[in-house]
Design a protein around this ligand. Structure first.
Ligand code: CO
Length: 134
């Protein structure tokens, strides 16, 4: 799998406006992009930091993946996203290697990029997202 960089690190928050306001006050950074993604049940904001991004995720409801994450674990680090050259090739390689995937097929993520999640059981309990930038 050819990894290009860490595309973003994601933090789950209960209140996106408050989190963005905290980031602006503490680090002087503001989001470049903000988007509601109905299929994922989240509103997300992307804040560019150096060559990578911080992604803030706020659930649209309790009965969503991020809503359930907040209920069980509270706010905090949610996933790390690796930018890949070819997401189909990456998924095929991981599946052949016996890696447990959340998504066997890439889907649309924020910013129109193609994404897929790898199960946290596969690596250190960390949820990994693959991103092919389009
Ligand atoms: Co993400």
């Amino acid at each position: 799998v050819l990894l290009l960089n860490i595309h973003h690190t994601a933090v789950a928050v209960r209140d996106l406006d408050e989190a963005l306001s905290d980031l602006a006050a503490q680090y002087g950074v503001v989001p470049q992009h903000r988007e509601v993604i109905i299929e994922q049940g989240v509103e997300e904001a992307m804040v560019a930091i150096g060559g990578s991004n911080l992604q803030l995720l706020m659930p649209l409801g309790d009965d969503t993946p991020v809503g359930r994450f907040l209920s069980s674990r509270g706010e905090g680090l949610h996933h790390v996203a690796f930018q890949v050259v070819d997401i189909e090739a990456a998924l095929a390689h991981l599946e052949e290697s016996g890696v447990q995937l959340v998504d066997r097929v890439a889907r649309r993520g924020g910013g129109g990029h193609r994404i897929a999640f790898v199960h946290p059981k596969a690596f250190g309990g960390a949820l990994i997202e693959l991103v092919e930038v389009s």
